[in-house]
Design a protein around this ligand. Structure first.
Ligand SMILES: NC(=O)c1ccc[n+]([C@@H]2O[C@H](COP(=O)([O-])OP(=O)(O)OC[C@H]3O[C@@H](n4cnc5c(N)ncnc54)[C@H](OP(=O)(O)O)[C@@H]3O)[C@@H](O)[C@H]2O)c1
Length: 320
């Protein structure tokens, strides 16, 4: 188990790793994490969460210790509790749900997390499935995460929406799942996603969006705003894509005008500045990166002028 002392050492070390002046780090951490409302209820959640895709049975003990510290970093620090941990029944062969649930229970911060997961027994956009199989997978998520109530369960990758959303709706009516939704990170599924958003009573969607990947702005966000659906952003760095485009470039000094002190904060602030976006779920197995990413939800957001300048800069990078 990670002790409070060990966790503080990691937090303190993060300042050095991020090349931040310790006073700046303290100032950053003392700035409240921004929240936004879930449109269907008005409940406020912090704008930065964590994507839990990389916790796996194949991870080494060192990698697992890193993931555990990441989860601590996510949960740590009032005032904004209810930070999103985004998992899926399929991630890491179930290890993502199972280990996160175990660590949160053992380390006593289960209540501080907004538990989001996904169900899919149909494969990627696959054909129709049996309700009993959908229920069995959802029930397994409750067991693995050690929860009586799941905050958000979404149909993963557009798998058989009528059947799987129907089952999720039943769990919601029973009060066992608080919010339901559907996800895709494939542009080829955006039209189908938009239809589901219009036709089904869902609370959330999960979709890919990044400073250099903005198709969702045109096709998906207007529907989310019209229908009052929360948007969880996946792939805010495009996995390795944006990191290789940035390379070893210096962050421009003007990023400090909206309190972005690292490239991660620059990219996350672009994403959460969009009025349709409720929360971003960047993935990381590194606790220092988690602290860095939470900085993407602190301080000022970019103005329209800044957003324009950010886009010009990113469009000038190689690999666009
Ligand atoms: N269809 C779906 O429903 C779907 C599909 C894809 C993804 N998702 C969700 O979206 C989440 C995010 O996606 P992702 O993790 O694949 O991609 P991502 O968030 O765009 O990028 C993750 C990459 O960025 C690095 N990184 C994170 N924070 C950093 C920082 N502060 N500084 C430097 N590098 C940093 C990570 O490496 P380190 O580990 O070294 O930090 C990792 O290589 C997933 O975990 C999952 O929850 C959902």
């Amino acid at each position: 188990m990670l002790t409070r002392r060990e966790w503080l050492r990691i937090s303190a070390g993060a300042g050095a790793a991020l090349s931040l002046n310790p006073r700046l780090l303290e100032a950053l951490q003392s700035q409240a994490l921004m929240t936004k409302p879930i449109p269907s209820t008005g409940e406020e959640i912090p704008v930065i969460g964590l994507g839990g895709r990389w916790i796996s049975t194949n991870s080494t003990p060192e990698e697992l210790a890193g993931h555990r510290a990441v989860l601590h970093a996510l949960a740590d620090g009032a005032p904004a509790s209810g930070r999103v941990f985004d998992s899926a029944a399929g991630y890491g062969g179930g290890a993502s749900e199972e280990l996160a649930g175990q660590w949160a229970e053992e380390d006593g911060f289960q209540d501080q997390i907004f538990w989001a997961t996904k169900v899919n027994v149909a494969g990627r956009g696959g054909g129709s499935v049996r309700e009993a199989d959908v229920r069995a997978q959802i029930d397994r998520s409750f067991e693995r995460m050690r929860l009586d109530v799941i905050d958000l369960d979404q149909v993963h990758n557009m798998g058989d929406p009528p059947t799987q959303l129907g089952v999720l709706q039943e769990y919601k009516q029973e009060g066992r799942i608080r919010y339901i939704g559907i996800t895709t990170t494939s542009e080829g599924q955006y039209d189908a996603l938009a239809r589901v958003m219009r036709d089904y009573p869902i609370d959330f969607i999960g979709v890919d969006y990044a400073i250099d990947n903005r198709v969702a702005e045109e096709v998906i966000f207007p529907v989310a705003q019209d229908e009052g659906i929360a948007v969880m952003v996946y792939l805010p760095f495009g996995r390795s894509r944006m990191w290789s485009r940035i390379g070893d470039r210096e962050l421009p000094e003007w990023a400090a005008e909206f309190d972005a002190h690292t490239w991660a904060q620059f990219m996350l602030k672009f994403v959460v500045a969009h009025p349709a976006v409720t929360v971003a779920a960047p993935g990381t197995g590194d606790p220092e990166h988690m602290i860095d990413n939470l900085g993407g939800g602190r301080g000022r957001l970019p103005t329209q002028q800044h957003l324009h300048r950010m886009l010009q800069l990113v469009d000038s990078l190689p690999g666009g």
